[in-house]
Design a protein around this ligand. Structure first.
Ligand code: XMP
Length: 513
């Protein structure tokens, strides 16, 4: 993994998109804090550096600034939007506040077709702008190579020093040939080959794990979700029986989930699997609890306890493996104008206490989710696991509003498996982010045969999303809604009504609790 592009993060919402586009060019990319020292950067020996966009103005009080010595490293640099303005600011150009924000689609016209950034591209390109400040004077040694409707300096270069700048965003899909522009930067300008792919990553990762772990034992908490499943398969390939996976049944799993995990990992992959059935403990502690945050806290705490005591039971191990992904480890420094609000105390319920004296193995920590999925396929995991929808750590507890009881769990499980079955049968499962049932503690009157019923309501939640941060409800065909509703009311005892949740996130959230 020696050939890489370093991306300095100035707080753009698109920084991760840049990293992914570069990796799609089969070149490894890494996101670094904007203020990384030139010395540390040089030690990574990047083939090129990209300065991301960002919400600030280069003249603002707390504007994030890079180490100016990075312009002396002799490495090609591409500045995107704010990144370009920084380059101008540091190298003697001029940036001025714009009167209004230039936002949306525009046209770029090349004025110098020999610029390597635009190799093999047409003279006019559709681009995507999002900026307020504008470059009004180029630094010495720079020239414009393309203009846009609003800027004579939409793309600039200093070919001698290998510095390039774009006022628009090549990484977003609305810049139609943006991927080719970035490919030109990494291949033509930085001279990178195409050596980053999942096959080569897999070989390298296996070697790295073997080196790190040696002949020691490793423990991994397997949830059945994509990340821990891929991590388990990868570690097993690397260290075989030195790995023991612990699977905790918290009593809040979906139908047949515990069986499926045991089938795939225990019997097919022949991974050492310790199955811990803690259903009673979890459900006892949840008795009488209706507050969503209290439920989460109880489940999180109980999980840690159960996991901790299981690790003792499976015997001494030096390492604990976790399926941490790249977006969780990017060292982002809070930047003004880029707040991350805390809505629910969730995510990574598996965060384990410091007193567990393990060394960590995190073999997925430089991968994005879609790369983890490819790796899973490469490792021979079934599609049902690799492309499964996300499922929250606290499980059905956040989908049973009000008190969680064994009876309610069973009702929801039955309704949910009908939803998943029908959504899969009709081909919608892999086209949606999540599709599931929620049990409402509301009972209403119905009629079944000649009898009056007084039963629960199921809400059907089907959403599309890129990353779970925002989501929209999916306009499922009426026929599918009808089948699901009929089947639930007919087959699930205790339910006589089904509603379809038509709220997006925001203002709602994906889970109901
Ligand atoms: P919300 O409900 O916040 O969910 O819109 C966004 C995404 O996160 C998942 N989710 C969780 N995942 N532990 C998890 O591991 C949790 O406590 C948790 N709560 C929500 C949710 O399924 C959706 O994909």
């Amino acid at each position: 993994m020696n050939e890489q592009i370093a991306i300095l993060d100035f707080g753009s919402q698109y920084t991760q998109v840049i990293a992914r586009r570069i990796r799609e060019c089969k070149v490894y990319s890494t996101i670094l804090p904007f203020d990384i020292s030139a010395e540390r950067l040089a030690a990574l020996n990047p083939a090129g550096i990209i300065l991301s966009g960002g919400p600030n103005s280069v003249y603002a009080d707390k504007a994030p600034m890079p180490d100016p010595a990075l312009f002396k490293l002799g490495v090609p640099i591409l500045g995107v939007c704010y990144g370009l303005q920084l380059m101008a600011h540091f190298l003697g150009g001029k940036v001025e506040p714009g009167e209004k924000r230039e936002y949306g689609k525009g046209t770029l016209s090349l004025t110098d077709k020999s610029c390597p950034l635009f190799k093999n591209l047409p003279a006019d390109l559709q681009i995507w702008n999002s900026h307020t400040d504008r470059l009004t004077k180029l630094p010495k040694g720079f020239k414009a190579v393309a203009v846009s409707d609003n800027s004579p300096f939409a793309a600039v270069e200093n070919r001698t020093r290998q510095f390039y700048g774009l006022q628009f965003h090549p990484e977003v899909a609305h810049t139609l040939q943006g991927k080719e522009i970035l490919a030109n930067f990494v291949h033509t300008i930085c001279g990178c080959g195409q050596s980053w792919n999942m096959r080569s990553y897999l070989d390298q990762a296996v070697e790295d794990i073997q080196q790190q772990v040696g002949s020691e034992r490793v423990i991994l908490g397997l949830s059945g979700g994509v990340d821990s499943s891929v991590a388990a398969a990868l570690l097993h390939k690397a260290v075989g029986d030195q790995l023991t996976c612990i699977f905790v049944n918290n009593g809040l799993l979906r139908a047949r989930e515990a069986e499926a995990v045991q089938e795939v990992f225990g019997r097919q992959f022949k991974i050492r699997l310790h199955y811990e059935d803690a259903t009673d403990l979890f459900l006892n502690r949840l008795k009488g609890i209706t507050d969503p945050e209290k439920k989460r806290k109880i489940i999180g705490k109980t999980f840690i306890e159960v996991f901790q005591s299981s690790t003792k039971r499976v015997g001494k191990a030096k390492f604990l493996a976790q399926g941490t992904l790249y977006p969780d480890v990017i060292e982002s420094i809070p930047i003004a104008g880029n707040p991350a609000a805390m809505i629910k105390s969730h995510h990574n319920v598996g965060g384990l206490p410091k007193n567990m004296k393990f060394k960590l193995v995190e073999p997925l920590k430089c991968l994005f989710k879609d790369e983890v999925r490819q790796l899973g396929l490469e490792l021979g995991l079934p599609k049902e696991i690799v492309f499964r929808q996300p499922f929250p750590g606290p499980g059905l507890a956040v989908r049973i509003l009000g008190e969680v009881t064994p009876k309610r769990c069973s009702i929801l499980r039955n309704a949910d498996s009908i939803v998943v079955e029908e959504v899969k049968r009709s081909g919608w499962y892999y086209k949606t982010w999540q599709s599931f049932a929620v049990l409402l503690p509301v009972r209403s009157v119905g009629v079944m045969g000649d009898e009056r019923t007084y039963d629960y309501t199921i809400a059907l939640r089907v959403v599309e999303s890129q990353d779970g941060m925002t989501a929209d409800w999916v306009k499922l065909p009426y026929e599918l809604l009808e089948t699901i509703s009929n089947r639930i009311c007919n087959e699930v005892k205790g339910v006589n009504r089904v509603c379809f949740d038509i709220s997006s996130k925001p203002p709602a959230t994906i889970e109901w609790e």
